[in-house]
Design a protein around this ligand. Sequence first.
Ligand code: 4AD
Length: 461
Amino acid sequence: EEAVRIILVEDATQPRAARVKIGHLKLHRGSRVRVFGWIHRLRVQSQMTFITLRDGTGYLQVVLKGDLVKTLDALDLVTECSIEATGDLLQLPKGKTAPGGHELVADWWRMIGRAPTGVDTYASLFNAKSDLSVRQTLRHLDLRAETPAAIITIRAAVLSAFRAMYAKHTVIEVTPPCIVQTSVEGGSSLFKFDYYGQEAYLTQSSQLYLETCLPSLGDVFCVQESFRAENSHTRRHLAEYTHLETELAFIDFRDLLEHIETVICGVVDMVLADPIAGKFVQQLNPGFQAPTRPFKRLDYKDAIAFLNEHDIMLQEEDPTLPARSHRIGDDIAEAAERKMTDMMGVPIFLMNFPKRLKAFYMKGIAGDEEYTESVDLLMPNVGEIAGGSMRITDVDELMEGYRRDGIPEEPYHWYTDQRKYGTSEHGGYGLGVERFLAWFLNRWTVRECQLYGRWPGHAAP
Ligand code: 4AD
């Protein structure tokens, strides 16, 4: 009883402890350091307490012994408490392992924030076997677990790598608005709302704005949230997702495809080479092989033939109708697309879709006007992660596109103007960041790849 009343005082005679983030400790081995963090794991023995401390940059073993485990606060140590500690950063004793290959033997510590010790300890909230829905409702706490934190860390590295690749290729970043009054990918998936008495929408894609930037800024990209009101409860559909979009001037379709594979492969290489994120990728997706260039090119018509040769059937929208084989002109649905992609087992550029399946702005193939210079990038385990095309350059062809899709010209006058004032051959693509991550990290669903997931019916926390 008496023993637990020890009050610790930081020893002023000790050498100054440098305040260091856990991820940067290696350079400070053998010296005295000060760390702050949250208790990730805890092992209490009679005379010693082993803490795995977490601060977002890594994990560190902190050893408390002697008087340090005899304070009142020491009785309250549980996972998720936040603490400060000082001590010597030492090489591990022979035969022992700990993150980073070292441990902090503390000479002082203090409790900053307690965590529940009763029935509602962090550890009792969920574990690896808990239903996904439990973890989703507790996402604010689930984020502290290793896998979610690793995914979000890699996500940051992926976004940095895209930005670095674009900087290298002189593609500059712009930030288009989320509030818009024109649709890009069709009215059925628009979130509508009242905007000072007018109808407005949450953006589905910033593509049309990017196109308007070309004559002013040259090649551009954006990283913007896009919104889709489709009621699709699938492994790869979100209501809000991070949309990385790029638009390139004075290119042809071949340039577009080469640009996409260069950027994707460059991003993968950069993230794998990152000391923190690269290690996380190996943990989450052991055996991941960076894709090789060039990606496989597959014409839409050849894809239809492949589906039929392999008895991958089309299920009609009316579920009472029997499944049938695919015909030229059919959309390739998610399940069929995924089966085909998994059978091929490599990244695929699925190209040249029929005009009637695609958006109004896509350029027709010269001499084969029923088809478009369009591409979906398909990846094993996910299917489509990016979609792009060459854009219509000619005013009359664009008017025809509006007419075909029943789109009124007036609200799009600014988009039309791009063809009036110095048109150019141009093209671009949009990539779903969560789908990219689902492929890269071999995740079951894109829902794991957002900070706070947004899918039909789910918007909290
Ligand atoms: O194929 P989409 O609809 O194409 C466009 O929006 C073009 N305007 C993009 C462009 O050319 N600038 O969407 C592009 C990508 C898809 O390939 C997919 O990765 C992702 O956005 N995406 C979604 N991701 C998650 N949930 C959804 N509901 C998504 N819808 C599209």
